[in-house]
Design a protein around this ligand. Structure first.
Ligand code: GLA
Length: 394
């Protein structure tokens, strides 16, 4: 993204020069899918695609928000004194929700501001554009109003925003990956204890290719909530005999010995995914640390298979991309990322094979699905930060 364009866009819309410029990343997840609301482990990282914002203070109590990605929505205005959810505000609710939660937590914002947002995350692609924009807002307020909120609390507010303000019952992974991102590191997070540690993503001659199905995640929210409640039902049945807090507490053996308690094919498969995926994630980080990329890749593939057969969240578009990726030379592994039902997949690909990879996978996808997929090389990036305007102008 040309950051000069973000500053120029602000100037054009608000008729003044911006005072500050910020960036917040998107995320991918290496492995550990649909485990974050099951008390399991996730292993995501922030990426260099994300959301930029130019910012200027105002003297009154008005907040004016504009998105270059949705120019038809125009400028959305709210007052600092009426920040409740309003459907008509559409995309701007992600920002307003964060402002609402921060003021509700007792932090004082004594004046309004103008904010111009421009992102290069493909829209609706499951790379967490919503967590990106939430953490962007949280970090801007923290910086400009010197609130002193720590990043982990901003991450939790981001999740609260999704769950209670926007109304999506998501886990903590997306906001955590965005807020806590570190360049070239993935983060192993145990969502049960919230303990986490960073692990360098050393892939030798391989890079991570993001493959976008260009299929919007239609119905994703309702199916997401359905999967979540199926896991809760399975857990409740296991708890009739077992003293566990979440599916993440179970080893594979524990699960095998006790799955009879669930006694329902669909619920057994949902729970099996959550339990096995959690264990796969722990193994994957071990292999990555030992630089055993072949075994790491096999777990990545197994994750996709489980998301396809047991969790049933892939769909023909993601399966076509991933299965085409598996057939290409120089591919360690490939799987869908995020909620599923469309959006993106990732593949670990030998640098020297990337062109052939994109051409071949692209062709197979186009032939089967009828429209093109997009490919991007993922760069693992830091969490939200200010970009000094003086640096941009150089
Ligand atoms: C979405 C949610 C996350 C997580 C993933 C699946 O991205 O926002 O909390 O549950 O799906 O792993």
């Amino acid at each position: 993204m040309d950051t000069k364009k973000v500053l120029q866009g602000y100037e054009l819309i608000f008729n003044e020069t911006a005072e500050k410029l910020f960036f917040s990343p998107g995320r991918i997840n290496l492995i550990g899918e649909h485990t974050d609301y099951n008390g399991g482990n996730v292993f995501p990282c922030a990426i260099s695609l994300g959301t930029y914002a130019a910012f200027g203070n105002r003297d009154d109590r008005t907040i004016k928000m504009y998105s270059a990605n949705l120019p038809d929505s125009g400028i959305v205005s709210v007052s600092l004194d009426s920040l409740e959810y309003d459907k008509a505000r559409d995309w701007a609710n992600y920002l307003t929700g964060m402002i609402y939660l921060i003021t509700k937590a007792g932090y004082k914002l004594d004046h309004g501001f103008n904010i111009y947002v421009n992102g290069n995350l493909p829209d609706g692609a499951g790379l967490s554009s919503s967590a990106s924009i939430e953490l962007l807002m949280g970090n801007i307020l923290n910086d400009v109003f010197k609130l002193g909120i720590n990043q982990l609390d901003l991450v939790k507010m981001g999740q609260q925003n999704e769950n209670n303000y926007i109304g999506v019952n998501s886990g903590i992974m997306d906001e955590f990956a965005v807020g806590m991102g570190k360049k070239d590191q993935a983060i192993l997070l145990d969502t049960n204890t919230m303990e986490y540690h960073y692990a360098p993503v050393e892939l030798g001659n391989n890079v991570i290719v993001i493959m976008n199905t260009n299929k919007h995640r239609a119905l994703a929210d309702s199916k997401y909530n359905e999967r979540r409640s199926q896991c809760e039902q399975a857990l409740a049945l296991l708890q009739t005999k077992l003293n566990i807090k979440s599916l993440g507490d179970l080893s594979i053996d524990d699960f095998d010995r006790n799955s009879y308690l669930i006694n329902d094919d669909i619920l057994i498969r949902r729970a099996r995914h959550a339990v096995f995926e959690n264990q796969r994630t722990l193994k994957a980080i071990k292999y990555l640390k030992e630089n055993n990329l072949v075994e790491f890749g096999k777990l990545v593939n197994a994750s996709h298979i489980s998301l396809h057969y047991d969790y049933e969240v892939t769909g023909v578009e993601l399966d076509t991309l991933v299965e085409a990726a598996w057939q290409q030379p120089g591919v360690l592994g490939a799987r869908m990322v995020g909620a599923g039902f469309g959006g993106c997949a990732i593949a670990f690909v030998d640098k020297d094979q990337i062109d052939a990879f994109q051409t071949n996978v692209g062709k197979i996808y186009q032939n089967k699905i009828g429209y093109a997929a997009d490919f991007y090389i993922a760069e693992i990036a830091d969490g939200p930060s200010e970009i000094k305007i003086s640096e941009v102008e150089k």
